[in-house]
Design a protein. Structure first.
Length: 412
């Protein structure tokens, strides 16, 4: 009975914290309405949160018409009452961030590593950088609720093992255990694109949407799915591998996954650069060839620069890539029927070249005009979407929610 009471209390507290996350300043009466708890329960739990320094009462509730009786004080989270660490492991680069409870960045670092470098070496470097970031931030370690990690490829969320990351040459890497051993903090690991979706769902474009998808394209192509307030992982945590949708079953180029004709072989950054190289070779005096010759940044930037300068062949090529994206998203809409699709990576970087064609194709190919009802936009977090999502995972798991992954009660 005692254990059940503790669990019920923890769930109730987290219901209040989640309500405060999404509604910011609200009164105790409104908290009761939102959570379904009694006003007495709300009053007791809010008082407890006040005593723990997690929330504060902040002024008088703003109302259109005067209320009869005593004005209501509003309650809000104290953003810097606790912190979380996010780690985003990309292809050849990792990012680490410390955020407050509202995902505001306190400290940030990014470091490069050799693709196919030993996973153990990379993780040890990450642990070292985490320790340095904590010291530099001046934040007490006991105020950090935990670490969220976004890893490329297939991840077992329950064990924290990166099962297969083909673009990193990693297999069966116990990321959770290695980082926990090195830092002493609770650690949870998930697919990096899935966590980009979580960033948007908790703190970005999808805060008011019940069903959404995040589609990311760069070296790989993947999707994160958020359904009814939770990340959707699928039976074996493989949901969202949109990059391995078969687009050309016969005669398609071989993909890193071993199949042929996957979406990733057509629209990833490497696929676009490869197509651009052909165009530059075919027209060595054209805008694109000149851009490649003078390129001081990465090749994808040069492709977009050529498009911006009006290279017709490049614009045509990007429109063709956008069409494949649009078909893939139309299929996603037909299956998931989301409220919102957020685009990231090169889709965000090249928004003006991809988004109009994607929307056009989605409307053309989605069933019974379902695409007309879906909002499609680019992420507002830029290149930090993944690392914000990793921090969001830590916040969700160790502060705002209780779920099947967190087996033990965590005291604030």
């Amino acid at each position: 009975m005692g254990s059940n009471q503790v669990t019920a209390k923890s769930l109730n507290i987290r219901s209040i914290l989640k309500a405060l996350l999404y509604h910011q300043q609200i009164s105790r009466v409104e908290l009761a309405e939102l959570t379904g708890l009694t006003t007495a329960t709300i009053s007791n739990l809010v008082n407890e949160l006040l005593s723990q320094g997690l929330v504060r009462e902040n002024g008088i509730e703003q109302v259109i018409s005067p209320r009869v009786g005593r004005p209501r004080m509003t309650v809000e989270l104290i953003p810097d009452a606790r912190f979380a660490i996010g780690v985003h492991i990309g292809i050849g680069e990792y990012q680490i961030v410390i955020t407050d409870l509202l995902a505001n960045i306190v400290s940030f670092t990014t470091q490069k590593f050799e693709v196919c470098e030993s996973a153990e070496i990379v993780i040890q470097e990450i642990v070292t950088q985490i320790d340095l970031l904590i010291i530099q931030s001046g934040i007490s370690k006991n105020l950090i609720v935990g670490i969220g990690v976004g890893a490329s490829g297939l991840v077992n969320v329950e064990t924290g093992v990166n099962i297969n990351a083909p673009n990193l040459c990693w297999q069966h890497i116990p990321i959770r255990d290695w980082i926990h051993l090195g830092t002493g903090l609770p650690v949870i690991v998930d697919n990096n694109v899935r966590l980009m979706c979580l960033a948007e769902a908790m703190f970005g474009e999808g805060k008011t949407d019940n069903v959404m998808a995040f589609v990311y394209a760069r070296v790989g192509v993947g999707a994160g799915l958020f359904v009814n307030g939770k990340l959707f992982r699928g039976m074996a945590a493989g949901a969202g591998e949109i990059g391995h949708s078969i687009m050309i079953p016969d005669g398609g180029e071989k993909c890193s996954c071993g199949n042929h004709g996957c979406l990733e072989t057509l629209v990833s950054q490497n696929a676009i650069i490869k197509s651009a190289m052909y165009l530059a070779e075919a027209n060595p005096t054209g805008i694109l060839a000149q851009k490649f010759g003078d390129c001081q940044s990465n090749e994808m930037d040069c492709v977009f620069s050529a498009a911006q300068d009006g290279d017709e062949e490049v614009l045509k090529m990007l429109a063709e890539k956008a069409k494949y994206f649009g078909i893939a998203l139309a299929n996603l809409i037909n299956i998931l029927n989301p409220n919102l699709i957020v685009l990231g990576g090169i889709l965000e970087q090249g928004e003006e070249y991809f988004l109009p064609e994607i929307k056009k194709v989605v409307n053309e190919y989605s069933f019974s005009h379902l695409g007309d009802q879906v909002r499609i936009c680019v992420s507002g977090f830029g290149q930090k979407t993944g690392v914000i999502g990793a921090s969001a995972l830590a916040l969700s798991t160790y502060f705002y929610d209780l779920n099947e992954i967190q087996e033990q009660e965590k005291s604030f």
